[in-house]
Design a protein around this ligand. Structure first.
Ligand code: GRF
Length: 198
């Protein structure tokens, strides 16, 4: 399956997915069609290029959401992705975008999406001294972190005395869970291709 990986920042999940394609659960199942960013200066874009992955970007700054997303959809479609994988893509997708790749957009969120949506989930867990958080991988629909949940994993936060420590524990789980969940999804969809179910 061809993946379009979308990011806006650091790109640690993108790197974990690239590694999982080389030597982990995504081996033989996926390839990176493109790493795309809405920020041409995103460190994750440079990290992808350093790995020899195809990259593309369109600056979202100052653009209207619907119009920008139309350009992004067109740019991504040139790579014919089977899945659009959000990896720290800091934009809410417009309905046009979601419909263009319906059921094939996947996101990772550092909290239970039933309890927390949107930005700053690790800050939320840390500020509220939560004993745990629940990393969530889900399909993206037109709402903010409201799509069907594919997998969740609890991270113990007891004794995590800094935000950095909370993030360190959480990201370690994210990096494993995302690749595994994506591998399961690809296998499941390959076993039952679209249109053949009754
Ligand atoms: C991750 O915590 C992810 O769950 C959230 O954004 C962050 C991206 O981090 N959606 P990175 O760019 O993958 O390092």
């Amino acid at each position: 399956a061809k993946l379009a990986i979308l990011l806006s920042g650091r790109g640690s999940n993108m790197l974990a997915l690239a590694e999982a394609i080389k030597t982990g659960p995504l081996r033989g199942l996926a390839e990176v069609a493109v790493v795309f960013s809405n920020d041409p200066a995103a460190p994750g874009l440079e990290a992808a290029a350093a790995l020899g992955l195809p990259t593309a970007s369109l600056p979202s700054k100052g653009r209207k959401r619907a119009e920008f997303d139309q350009d992004v959809v067109a740019a991504l479609q040139a790579y014919r992705p089977d899945y659009v994988v959000l990896a720290g893509y800091m934009r809410v997708l417009s309905p046009t975008f979601v419909r263009a790749f319906a059921g094939r957009i996947i996101n990772i969120h550092p909290a239970d999406t039933h309890q927390h949506q949107g930005l700053h989930a690790y800050e939320w867990a840390f500020d509220n001294h939560l004993p745990e958080t629940k990393i969530t991988v889900h399909l993206v629909d037109e709402g903010l972190d409201t799509g069907p949940i594919l997998a969740q994993q609890v991270v113990n936060l007891e004794g995590a005395d800094s935000l950095a420590e909370v993030q360190r524990r959480g990201l370690a789980v994210e990096h494993v869970l995302y690749a595994e969940t994506l591998a399961d999804l690809i296998k499941r969809n390959a076993a039952q291709p679209e249109g053949t179910s009754c």
